[in-house]
Design a protein around this ligand. Sequence first.
Ligand code: UDP
Ligand code: MG
Length: 321
Amino acid sequence: MDISIVVPLYNEAESLPELEAWIARVMKEHGYSYEILFINDGSTDSSWEVIEDLARNNRSVKGVCFRRNYGKSPALNTGFARAKGDVVITMDADLQDSPDEIPQLYRMITEEKYDLVSGWKQKRYDPLSKTIPTKLFNATARRVSGIHNLHDFNCGLKAYRNKVVKHIEIYGDMHRYIPYLAKNAGFTRIGEKTVHHQARKYGKTKFGLDRFVNGYLDLMTLWFTSKFGGKPMHFFGLLGSLMFLIGLVAVMIVGFGKLWHMHTGAPYQLVTSSPYFYLSLVMMILGTQLFLTGFIGELIARNSSRRNDYEIETEITRDDE
Ligand code: UDP
Ligand code: MG
């Protein structure tokens, strides 16, 4: 099969028939063999009935229906697990992404050998309250992830080599950072294609402004886990030891300073009347706690069932040994 199209959806009943007809038309024009995987993320409208209808008339239509609403990432993950096509395309169900982009995306994966191609809604039809924070969001994501050539991390329209979607796991709200996840899994040929964008025709957006707060927190999590997830002591241990040492040296200066003054007969105070004494104590206590956090982190990391899971590309073996 050439193409799997994964469409996560939540209450998009009005858009679905148009979307399916449009995809089917593009697929037919180019003669691709394909499947459309509609992942109904616990819609409370008639989305699932619409999908059942579509599936009756088109054998390429498949569907999964969640019992309740889990979110876009779980929906995508479920679609990815089922996708059989050589190239996997994801798109939103709200008709904001155009199926006309699919042939070009398909070509970039199969001929230009990209692992992942992300859409870039260069000209967006969204309210300003969304486009401005989005610019900031993408600039941060570029810096933290080190993927400098992407302008639009969270674009719903993306294309993948099948292997990529089978080797990344999207959970929580991590769909915003799929390129980063792919990069961490060793898929580094990441490209971008400008795509047409349209204003939402039916229904309304499913994400509010809290997406930017959550998105930021998720980015920190990803950065941290990809850098120190397997070796937490390298982060906490270093920070903790440094703080402890600075505190120790400082408290010794305060203590010996007093002893020196006593020895030379100069006027002296109680160590507890010096603010430096308390600052040093705080440093030593925080340092110890950070160090112990790293230690506990190591114990947890050592227990992870995936601590020795590596992405092996190829291998040379001899059967006769
Ligand atoms: N979506 C989903 N589950 C959710 C929220 C959204 O499957 O809990 C789907 C939604 O139906 C749409 C896509 O994710 O197909 C993108 O959502 P939306 O268009 O609301 O996001 P926006 O375009 O505003 O970023
Ligand atoms: Mg949308």
